[in-house]
Design a protein around this ligand. Structure first.
Ligand code: PLP
Length: 370
């Protein structure tokens, strides 16, 4: 028999799925006489706005294949939303591309941009785990760094930013982003800025990487990744998009067309409406603001310090102890929170507390922390 190379299932290169390690704390919290209050996963709980559901239903009878590039209405709506909501100038419709949820885009981005073994991807010190997953799937090397000085003379191919951050809620200001863009331009590094929480800011402001104060209106080498999961409660629809450098977007489009990464047409129509209507987005932001205003003081009164968390959907809390000890402390009260170490070694003394719970659940959490 002719020999052949060994098969290498890419899943073997991936880290252990960390949520499995929470099983014990979960069952302890669930044993609470009043039941489990789960503040781990940031999944939306409020219903999808009627205006979006109606748009989905209108195209539910459409039998044909949708396009990968997205309908003109969707692309125009994405350009309009970035301009109106975040002051992004100079974008054209050929510089935006829908994604079947931003997670899909992030997991495939390094391979779709042509990275492989020998390339380096920089991710934040505490980070959404899919940045690392996407890099490992294509054989690239992952480096964790929050500052350019940590990188020394090295020249990565792709650098992720995430502002506001999951899990810490940290926001990077105009000056920080400008420095990163200048540094990346000098070295030809692609910057992928995950802006999924840009519409959920509680203190100060959070600029986009495509903000003219950051990039002087030049989008070369820049990609902004956006999701409608949190701002429009569309996690179940799988609705995100990428915007930025038209040349990079065209590269992604070419690969994604051949790979069949088409967003379902009814979702495209729903997303176009969601990006055009700001009312439902404002209402959802205020729901989260009110939940945060109740939960944050309760966590602080229970003896925790909240770091960052000026934006986004989480409280990044610590008592300067091992995060698993904090998880246990919450679990004894029937409350489940996520250990910070899920997001990188730098999170080992924090827990992430999600604001994505119903008003009743938040009230119950506050009662138990008192
Ligand atoms: C930082 C960050 N990026 C991307 C995503 C993925 O969002 P989507 O639901 O669009 O896949 C999430 C979801 O939690 C996230 O927290």
């Amino acid at each position: 028999m002719v020999s052949r190379p060994e098969r290498r299932p890419p899943g073997r290169a991936l880290p252990v799925f960390p949520w499995d390690t929470l099983a014990e704390a979960r069952s302890r919290a669930a044993a609470h006489p009043d039941g489990l209050v789960d503040l781990t996963v940031g999944t939306p709980v409020d219903p999808v706005a009627p205006v979006i559901r109606e748009a989905l239903a209108v195209d539910a009878a459409e039998p044909g294949y949708p396009t990968t590039v997205g309908t003109p209405a969707l692309r125009q709506a994405a350009v309009g939303a970035l301009a109106r909501r975040y002051g992004v100038t100079g974008l054209t419709t050929d510089a935006v591309l829908p994604a079947i949820g931003t997670k899909e885009l992030i997991a495939g981005l390094p391979s779709q941009l042509g990275l492989g073994p020998g390339h380096t991807v920089v991710v934040p010190e505490v980070a959404y785990p899919t940045y690392e997953v996407g890099a490992l799937l294509t054989g690239a090397t992952v480096v964790r760094a929050d500052s350019l000085t940590q990188l020394g003379p090295s020249s990565p191919t792709l650098l992720y930013l995430n502002s506001p951050s999951n899990p810490s809620g940290k926001v990077l200001g105009v000056d920080h982003l400008r420095k990163v863009v200048g540094w990346a331009r000098d070295r030809g590094v692609i910057v992928a800025s995950d802006e999924c929480y840009l519409g959920l800011v509680w203190e100060g402001e959070a600029p986009s990487i495509l903000d003219p104060r950051v990039c002087d209106g030049d989008h070369t080498g820049l990609l902004a990744l956006h999701s409608l999961s949190k701002t429009s409660n569309l996690a179940s629809y799988r609705a995100g998009f990428v915007a930025g450098d038209p040349a990079l977007v065209a590269e992604l489009l070419a690969v994604r067309k051949h790979s069949g990464l088409m967003m379902p047409l009814p979702v495209q129509s729903a997303m176009a409406v969601a990006l055009t209507d700001d009312t439902h987005e404002d209402e959802q932001r205020e729901r989260y603001r009110a939940r945060r205003a109740r939960l944050r003081p309760a966590v602080e009164a229970a003896g925790f310090r909240i770091d960052h968390s000026e934006a986004g959907l989480y409280l990044w809390a610590t008592r300067d102890e091992r995060c698993r000890d904090t998880v246990d402390w919450f679990a004894e009260r029937g409350v489940l929170v996520a250990p910070g170490e899920f997001y990188g070694p730098a999170g080992a003394r924090h827990v992430r507390i999600a604001l994505t719970a119903t008003d009743a659940t938040v009230d119950e959490a506050v009662r138990r922390l008192a």
